[in-house]
Design a protein around this ligand. Sequence first.
Ligand SMILES: N[C@@H](CCC(=O)N[C@@H](CS)C(=O)NCC(=O)O)C(=O)O
Length: 321
Amino acid sequence: MARAQFNAEVGANREFVRQANRFTDRVTPHSTSPPGGGPDEQGRWPLEAGRYRLIWCRACPWAHRARIVRGLLGLEDVISLGTVDPIRDERGWRFALDPDGFDPVLGIGFLSEAYLATDPDYSGRVTVPALVDTVTQRVVTNDYPQLTLDLSTEWRRFHAPDAPELYPVELRPQMDALMAEIHRDVNNGVYRCGFATSQRAYDEAYEALFARLDVLSERLAGQRYLMGDSITEADVRLFTTLVRFDVAYHGHFKCNRQKLTEMPVLWAYARDLFATPGFGETVDFDHIKRHYYATHRGINPTGIVPVGPDTSGWTTPHGRG
Ligand SMILES: N[C@@H](CCC(=O)N[C@@H](CS)C(=O)NCC(=O)O)C(=O)O
């Protein structure tokens, strides 16, 4: 039987079943704790500028969402940013990009130190993104879908004056449904292709992925963004998978009916977002490739990172809008 990438995350059909997010506290103006205090009895931390640190990896699509949303909303000076190396060793995510190997604010060398400071018995995968409290060194949340929505809703007090409305109240029911489909079939769908350890599980994930991409293509043929004329969080979530498609998922995860560059509507849509301030400058194709191909040794035992594909097409005119 094929060896799984993550043994604890395999279902009955040898499909990939992603672990639950362990830390689900929230930062919110509704916390009853005083400034500098910990979470209240409902796990609500006080909203404070300069207190929390977002830990991300440039390669990770889930963390990339948070990086983009933080930028679009103008929260760069409010929530600081720590970046881990795209290559994990046996101790997990490392702050190896920092000159002395320690995050300059948290003073830790490995993200696992913050996880274990929060829960000494934590035994799951230590994941990015993580929002870490710089006062207590505890992980507030690694609940990536709630984290980005909270940046839109709970952090409003600190938004830039011209910040976009990424999660408009009147669109939430439709957005929630759409984002759930995109998550299942596309964001997590590529992982379900790549981490499947039975032919059937892979086939099912592959069919669902490309069927969903066809539906999204049709939708985006008639409108600039997923919810109409304005960028929303749904676009951020789709973008972070599309931008990794050809450099990682097409080869490494066997998502190879077509490349993104062979799906004309989605390719133009992705380039349109790439050219939008807050998107393209956060993309690092080198980190993406090195992370996927060198880290998942279960599916790429040699760790060899492909030289291609040519990514120069990302900045060509997109013709939308
Ligand atoms: N928190 C989620 C999603 C975030 C996630 O999977 N991040 C990846 C990087 S893309 C990660 O940190 N992986 C660490 C590992 O696999 O050990 C999870 O637990 O599955």
